[in-house]
Design a protein around this ligand. Structure first.
Ligand code: ADP
Ligand code: MG
Length: 438
């Protein structure tokens, strides 16, 4: 509903158009990054909706969920037919892989050259040279794209190999599920699944750390696979040395193989990525527009792609040619040179909570375990550093804490920064996450 509302607002749809075309839409299915939307009407309705609203909906989905996806529309009768044939159609790709994330769609630049070369080497010789391969870098810089590329490559060249790609969320859920079932067979089943494979890819492994039982199970899975010379590929938003709560024995294993980082793309790479994307999507976007986007959207490739989508969407919607003026209009919210985005304590609290894999309420609360107290103090410190709020105001945003508590927290972190590189790295990383242009 949020997505549909967004389409309505952004395109200033009247009540009648909204009720007729947009409101009745429902999600039928989401698979391989393709969102299938059910249009409960006649075929003409489907054709009209798909002509006019595919891009706006795509953009709204990208803005709200942060996911770039493709959209297909179907009628109820098609859905019915699909249901009957589904069981017989064969699926060649493994679940969870985006068919678009391949080496051939990945643009190599100076920021990702090393990570790309390492990934390709591992894809060509799984288990033989770099094990594990540990890819790290900030959000939206291409880690997942590279991991899927490796998986596709191996599936195509070595069809006999058993590959498993999971996000660390899926991994964690499966561990918890297996343990909760309490019987040995659930755990055995889990272990069978994860240990009888040739290639294991775990995306965003930073979320596994700090969860004791998950970390333990991961450790054993890792050891079993590694000693059997099976390939392990991990991605994370930070290098092992910056994973504060990671057990030492696991940290050292992460560093056994090859670590490769991905940096933010430079201007040339941003241009190349935009050109490639525009080509793939079959649009003709002028150089000046591409340059405008590449110059202004710097930190993150997901946002770069989102910006291009937005320009194209607006052109389609207004039936106008894609030019600089239109691009400026389409991207006014993203690129607003005179209006700097305001960083609020709430925003900082959210980013810190996500980073440490706890909730904002934990930070605003009063629990004193170090797992929570330390992130809380970091949040206090960053609020003081990055906003204009005074101690009282910060205390208020932190669930109503006294200004002396805030003061104490800030002092603690300042002392920590004096003595520990680890803390320094964490704070810098968080500052980047909160304000990519720092
Ligand atoms: P991460 O996993 O690091 O957060 P993703 O792999 O999800 O980032 O990348 C975000 C988006 O940017 C994806 O749509 C991806 O295809 C695109 N992307 C990232 N790096 C490149 C690249 N070098 N060439 C082409 N597209 C890229
Ligand atoms: Mg990712």
């Amino acid at each position: 509903n949020e997505i549909l509302e967004r389409v309505k607002e952004e395109h200033e749809l009247g009540e009648v158009s909204y009720k007729t075309w947009i409101k009745p839409l429902t999600v039928h299915n989401i698979e391989d990054n393709i969102v299938t939307i059910l249009v409960p009407s006649e075929r003409v309705g489907l054709e009209y909706v798909s002509k006019k609203y595919t891009l706006p909906i795509k953009v709204a989905i990208a803005e709200i969920t942060g996911q770039d996806c493709d959209i297909e529309f179907i009628l109820p009768e098609d859905a019915e037919r699909m249901k009957n044939t589904e069981n017989t159609s064969s699926v060649s790709a493994i679940a969870g892989l985006n068919p678009k994330y391949t080496f051939s769609t990945f643009v190599v630049g100076s920021n990702n050259k090393f990570a790309h070369a390492a990934s390709l080497a591992v894809a060509e010789s799984p288990g033989e040279i770099y094990n594990p391969l540990f890819l790290y870098g900030g959000v939206g810089l291409g880690k997942t794209h590279l991991m899927h590329s490796i998986a596709h490559f191996i599936i195509e060249r070595k069809p006999g190999m058993k590959i498993l790609y999971v996000t660390s969320e899926e991994f964690t859920n499966e561990v918890i599920e297996a343990i909760r079932n309490g019987n040995n067979s659930a755990l055995t089943k889990f272990r069978d699944k994860y240990r009888n494979i040739d290639v294991l890819l775990i995306d965003d492994v930073q979320f596994i750390i700090g969860k004791e039982s998950t970390q333990e199970e991961f450790f054993h899975t890792f050891n079993t696979l590694h000693s059997a010379r099976k390939q392990i590929i991990l991605s994370s938003d930070r290098p092992p040395k910056d994973m504060d709560i990671l057990e030492e024995r696991i940290r050292s294993r992460f560093e056994w193989g090859l670590m490769a980082d991905i940096q933010s793309p430079d201007f040339e790479t941003r241009m190349a990525i935009l050109r490639k994307k525009q080509e793939m999507d079959g649009y003709d976007v002028g150089n000046d527009v591409i340059e405008y986007i590449a110059q202004n959207v710097k930190s993150n490739i997901r946002e770069l792609e989102g910006s291009l989508n937005k320009v194209i969407a607006l052109a389609n919607l207004e039936k106008r040619e894609i030019n600089l003026e239109l691009a400026e209009k389409a991207l006014i919210d993203i690129i607003s040179p005179n209006e700097k985005k305001v960083i609020t304590p709430d925003y900082i609290i959210n980013v810190v909570a996500e980073h440490f894999d706890i909730t904002s309420d934990d930070i605003k609360g009063t629990k004193r375990s170090s797992k929570i107290a330390y992130p809380r103090q970091i949040a206090m410190y960053l609020c003081r550093e990055m906003t204009n709020h005074n101690l009282q105001a910060i205390g208020k945003c932190m669930g109503g804490k006294d200004h002396t508590t805030i003061m104490y927290g800030i002092k603690r972190i300042e002392a920590e920064l004096e003595s520990s590189d680890n803390a320094k790295n964490t704070v810098n990383l968080l500052k980047k996450k909160i304000n990519p242009s720092t």
